[in-house]
Design a protein around this ligand. Structure first.
Ligand SMILES: [Zn+2]
Length: 445
């Protein structure tokens, strides 16, 4: 706390100053905690990664804060160049590049980071650029409102083809330029349309080896990095709203509201990026040395079809499960599917036997480390919830004939090596479940 530098100066500088300062800092932390569900209550508590104080102190004298772990991606001279570029815009732009992980001072959330930094800086007008938790996309936030189209400018930069293989420094520089022009929304829309066209024209599984121009190893690396982070994040995952008293799945309104408020657009973007990356991995795979190439192609094709028809988070999670199946087929050793309880938790760490409450039979499911710990402690894991006939239920409680995801547990409940998610999609199971669901007006993400 001693490094806190409140922007308000207290007239009563004397023996009580330290105490006042401490109280003031405590008040700031409390304010940060009250900012909302996304803001952390422990922005300065011990944990991996930098604290809000360190970031805010650095930003008091410079427009760019780069964590040492990003120093290779944005060197000291690039930081100076960015600072000059920002100065030339005359805009109140600050850049914060830090690793974000569940369990850190911001609980892995770029939104929390932005909210806390703005609060601590105490500047009513601020344009903040940060990395997202995957380290590859930028997040733009502007106060008091998005006058310079900061949000879209930051997202557009992540989609610009010419920046596909560019480093973080180049991306941030471009975002600064785009914010200065105030044309972020226009560029973002154009890029989103281009990505849609590229996606529609993507090579189909039946085309065999096809053109690999619609992406690159940069995307693949980013996706791989995202997966690694997701696995690491899952290990750190701390669920706060779960009742420790029982293992039944309960969904208080607030929990489901938070679930629904989860960034569906972000998940769609991630799913689309994973499909494209799988396509590239399939293209560059050595057919002779990859016995699973056919299965990977099937998974790629199925993931694309589900993505095209996806209507909510459960379907988009299915796209992630299908791309994971495709990657596993390409690998020398098959890997576990994504976490049974919610594929967004990332790759499963182990298989475990689980008995749903009130049922006699046990099921063998693949779970992430966090869910495994929850089960060991007889707590309910955080599950992917769906709305069904006015109720909120775990996705796996839907009747299997109405949900491919309930039938397969996103890969956990498949019956053997020949039973794959892609094969089920291929025989029309996703579409049939879709029609059933439509008939009953049931699932939605
Ligand atoms: Zn899990």
């Amino acid at each position: 706390m001693s490094s806190d530098r409140p922007t308000v100066s207290h007239p009563s500088a004397g023996p009580d100053r330290r105490l006042l300062r401490g109280l003031f800092a405590a008040l700031l932390v409390a304010c940060a905690a009250l900012l909302g569900a996304g803001a952390p209550a422990r922005a300065d508590s011990a944990g991996p990664g930098p604290t809000a104080s360190a970031i805010v102190e650095a930003l008091a004298t410079a427009p760019v804060y780069v964590d040492p772990s990003f120093a290779a991606a944005v060197t000291a001279s690039q930081q100076r160049e960015l600072a000059d570029r920002i100065a030339s815009t005359g805009l109140p732009i600050k850049v914060v590049l830090v690793p974000l992980k569940k369990g850190d001072a911001f609980d892995g959330s770029a939104e929390s980071l932005a909210a806390v930094v703005q609060e601590r800086l105490g500047r009513p007008q601020l344009i903040l650029l940060t990395n997202d938790q995957y380290g590859s996309w930028l997040k733009g936030t502007e106060w008091p409102n998005d006058t310079h189209q900061t949000r879209d400018a930051a997202m557009a930069v992540g989609m610009l083809k010419e920046l596909k293989d560019a480093g973080l420094a180049a991306r941030v520089g471009r975002a600064v330029d785009l914010i200065a022009t105030g044309r972020g929304t226009e560029v973002y829309k154009a890029e989103a349309e281009r990505a849609d066209r590229a996606y529609s024209a993507r090579p189909k599984a039946t085309d065999g080896a096809a053109d690999s121009s619609s992406g690159g190893s940069g995307t693949l690396l980013a996706v791989a990095a995202a997966l690694v982070l997701a696995v690491v994040g899952a290990a750190f995952l701390m669920r706060r709203r779960r009742s420790p008293r029982h293992t039944a799945f309960t969904f208080p309104d607030a929990v489901f509201a938070a679930d629904r408020a989860a960034d569906e657009a972000g998940l769609r973007r991630q799913a689309a990026a994973e499909v494209l990356a799988l396509g590239e991995a399939v293209d560059s795979a050595d057919g002779a040395a990859t016995p699973g190439l056919g299965r990977a192609l099937d998974a790629y094709d199925a993931a694309g079809r589900v993505l095209d028809a996806a209507r909510g988070i459960p379907d988009l999670a299915g796209v992630l499960a299908l791309t994971a199946e495709g990657r596993s087929a390409l690998a020398a050793e098959p890997s576990l599917p994504l976490c049974f309880f919610d594929p967004r938790h990332g790759a499963a760490a182990r298989r475990t036997v689980w008995r749903p409450l009130g049922r006699r039979e046990r099921v063998d499911v693949a779970v992430c480390e966090d869910c495994a710990q929850a089960l060991r402690a007889r707590r309910a894991p955080q599950v992917l919830a769906v709305r069904d006939q006015g109720r909120t239920v775990p996705y796996f409680e839907l009747p299997a004939d109405r949900s491919l995801w309930a039938a397969t547990g996103y890969g956990s409940l498949l019956s053997g090596p020949d039973d794959t998610l892609a094969a089920r999609v291929g025989t029309g199971e996703f579409t049939r479940a879709r029609q059933q669901t439509d008939g009953h007006g049931a699932t939605k993400g």
